[in-house]
Design a protein around this ligand. Sequence first.
Ligand code: F3S
Ligand code: F3S
Length: 112
Amino acid sequence: SYVIGANCIDVTDRACLDVCPVDCIYVGARKSYINANECIDCGACEPECPVDAIFADRTARGDEDRTVFVGDSIAFFSDALPGRAAPLGDPGGAGVLGEIGTDTGFVTGYQP
Ligand code: F3S
Ligand code: F3S
């Protein structure tokens, strides 16, 4: 899967959304998140991001800065987010839900 990391925070350019063939990039409040179960690993989003926020999860090994966002991206979908009773799970497309408008606790409190 591909993962969105720290550079997206407070930028959220959204160029990546336009190229994803399976609509698996979900917009939070401070950043966006790729659903690892829905991502088909096409890699189309990676070169589109103007701040180089997107990376393949296989490149995170041994890189603490990336690894935390691999885990946090899973948590965005598997944990209950503030203001939502149930976890997002795998909705099958971001367009169905619209922008989520909230982040994980980690991203909400993230300071560069
Ligand atoms: Fe974020 Fe880059 Fe997409 S800033 S919303 S990952 S284009
Ligand atoms: Fe979409 Fe990027 Fe995955 S374009 S399918 S999130 S590699």
